[in-house]
Design a protein around this ligand. Structure first.
Ligand SMILES: Nc1ncnc2c1ncn2[C@@H]1O[C@H](COP(=O)(O)OP(=O)(O)OP(=O)(O)O)[C@@H](O)[C@H]1O
Ligand SMILES: [Mg+2]
Length: 254
């Protein structure tokens, strides 16, 4: 696949096999700098596996990952994070006693070496997602929406250039989803952060993404604009359902 300076990510023939199960097979695509790209498909299609391989949680069985033109396939998660490839991660149970500020500082420590510096970086990320007034709340006290925003702030505190969101919007109300869409759009436009978004809430994908990759059974089924995807017979049959109303989502188009 042709690689250009305009691509922050180039994925070449990526395959991940678990025992007898091929979770990702021969996956190739490119993501331009500054894009917001959607990754959709049925349960078990291999979306989270692909993210984990990109992040260095899984070692690819075959294939290569280039980040900003450099082969990172052998790099650790920490090395990838320092280069700017990061995800929102669910805060572990053991973090329940931490405040939002302390949890976000964990993200900041991927770059900062001193406490004051980590705190300043964390505060900046917390302000960026609009939850400064709650920074002292314990994680265990947070509702789903605040938790999601705190997770986003933790990822932002690592200063990402490419941020992977795996079902960040799950469990949020329609209004909260609208606000999160606005926030992702602002982070993309204001900070130039590139996003890949895995989401079953389709209007998130249709609102934000110029390009959508559809996975099915570990393989790429289709790549295209949201409108193309929403009207593709193969995608309708494999995932969206034959009665999916593409016009319903047209109004969100970027
Ligand atoms: N660590 C693992 N070991 C073995 N099999 C795995 C592992 N992780 C995922 N799988 C399998 O790989 C396939 C793809 O799973 P994956 O979690 O990537 O799907 P997904 O597209 O994220 O699904 P969902 O929409 O439900 O989150 C599934 O069959 C899953 O059971
Ligand atoms: Mg998943």
């Amino acid at each position: 696949m042709a690689e250009t300076h305009s691509d922050i990510l180039v994925v070449e023939k990526l395959t991940k096999v678990f025992g007898g199960l091929t979770a990702n097979e021969d996956i190739s695509f490119t993501i331009p700098h500054g894009a917001i790209c959607g990754l959709i498909g049925p349960n078990g299609a291999g979306k989270s596996t692909l993210f984990k391989t990109l992040l260095g949680v899984h070692k690819p069985t075959r294939g290569r990952i280039l980040f900003d033109g450099r082969d990172i396939s052998g790099d650790s998660q920490q090395q990838r994070c320092r280069q700017g490839l990061c995800c929102t991660f669910q805060i572990a149970e053991s973090f329940n006693d931490l405040s939002i500020l302390e949890a976000v500082m964990v993200g900041a420590y991927s770059r900062a070496s001193r406490r004051a510096e980590a705190r300043a970086m964390a505060r900046e990320a917390i302000a960026a997602v609009g939850i400064a007034e709650w920074e002292h709340l314990r994680y265990s006290e947070l509702n789903v929406y605040l938790r999601k925003k705190a997770e986003l702030a933790t990822a932002l505190a690592t200063q990402p250039r490419l941020l992977l969101l795996d079902e960040l919007f799950a469990g949020c109300s329609h209004q909260e989803i609208g606000e999160l869409i606005g926030l992702i759009d602002a982070l993309n436009r204001g900070r130039g952060i590139t996003f890949i978004i895995v989401e079953h809430v389709l209007h998130v994908i249709m609102s934000l993404c110029a390009r959508v990759i559809v996975l099915e059974s570990g393989r790429i089924l289709e790549v295209g604009g949201p409108r193309e995807i929403a009207t593709s017979p193969a995608v309708l049959s494999a995932y969206l359902g034959e009665d999916y109303d593409a016009d319903e989502h047209q109004k969100f188009g970027r």
